[in-house]
Design a binder for this molecule. Structure first.
Ligand SMILES: [Zn+2]
Length: 93
């Protein structure tokens, strides 16, 4: 199964703060900027990330930063001990 960082499950929300229309269905009308909100017909809809998707994304970024930190630490240690080893990233989940 293909999993993108920005995969969206279902909801779209109007980018107009005054409108904030939410819909699960993409409207038929599209502007150059994206799908047009059917409620206000002015603003465009943006994909809304679920809490879980947002959480996973935050975890992913933290993981990347931790990885950089960990890798730097390991590399410094390896420099001292003059040993080389393959450092596996492993699974993100
Ligand atoms: Zn709207």
């Amino acid at each position: 199964m293909k999993r993108g960082l920005f995969s969206v499950k279902g909801w779209f929300v109007c980018e107009d703060q005054a409108c904030q229309n939410r819909t699960r269905r993409l409207p038929i009308a599209f502007s150059r900027h994206g799908p047009i909100c059917p409620a206000c017909t002015r603003a465009t809809l943006r994909p809304e990330y679920s809490e879980k998707a947002l959480y996973n994304q935050l975890c992913f970024y933290r993981y990347i930063f931790d990885w950089d930190y960990a890798a730097a630490k390991v590399l410094r240690t390896e420099e001292r001990s003059k040993t080389s080893s393959c450092f596996s990233l492993g699974s993100i989940d």
